[in-house]
Design a protein around this ligand. Structure first.
Ligand SMILES: Cc1cc2nc3c(=O)[nH]c(=O)nc-3n(C[C@H](O)[C@H](O)[C@H](O)COP(=O)(O)O)c2cc1C
Length: 168
């Protein structure tokens, strides 16, 4: 079985909550759960699978702790590692920059040699634009605790199930 780390940044707790749900649903894989504020770049080299959570803040920007960590990302060699993203956004309040942070992280991690998993269809999401789209699909799992908290658990459940084929 592959080793998994779930690493999140969260300013008001919503992505932390989502990260805990992801960890619960992957309990059989014994993932480690960490806040990016407490993580060194060396720790990102340890697991086989990195599941990374980042909400979008400041109109299309990374959450603060991810923003602080950001310059270290492109220096990592994640060849042979697998990366998936999830993150909170607000599609009603910020419809033109919905979950942009996922796309910002995706572009930076693309420089590390990693392989990406966990893309998600736009079906069921209402927004105008997002930097998290590549070829018409989200690069990771968008969550919207501000408007659609009732959908969070089911969205995470379906996404985690879609990841499992890569985790054995
Ligand atoms: C000032 C401000 C700016 C925000 N900017 C965006 C944005 O550009 N895009 C987006 O999807 N959500 C945006 N959000 C919504 C947050 O991503 C959302 O509230 C999220 O749940 C916060 O996650 P956290 O509790 O893990 O920090 C913004 C929220 C605030 C208060």
């Amino acid at each position: 079985m592959k080793s998994i780390a779930i690493i999140y940044g969260s300013s008001t707790g919503n992505t932390k909550h989502a990260a805990q749900l992801v960890a619960e649903k992957l309990a059989g894989y014994s993932p480690v759960l960490k806040d990016i504020a407490d993580v060194s770049s060396e720790e990102l080299l340890e697991p086989d699978i990195l599941i990374l959570g980042c909400p979008t803040w400041s109109i299309g920007e990374l959450q603060d702790d991810w923003d602080t960590f950001f310059p270290q990302i492109s220096k990592l060699d994640l060849t042979g590692k697998t990366v998936a993203f999830f993150g909170q956004g607000d599609a009603e309040g910020y419809p033109d920059t919905f979950v942009d942070a996922l796309g910002i992280l995706y572009d930076e991690f693309a420089k590390t040699g990693c392989t990406f998993i966990g893309e998600v269809s736009t079906e069921g999401y209402t927004f105008d634009d997002s930097q998290a789209l590549r070829n018409g699909v989200f690069v990771g799992l968008p969550l919207d605790e501000d408007n659609e908290s009732d959908k969070t658990d089911k969205r995470i459940e379906a996404w985690v199930n879609s990841l499992k084929q890569y985790l054995d």
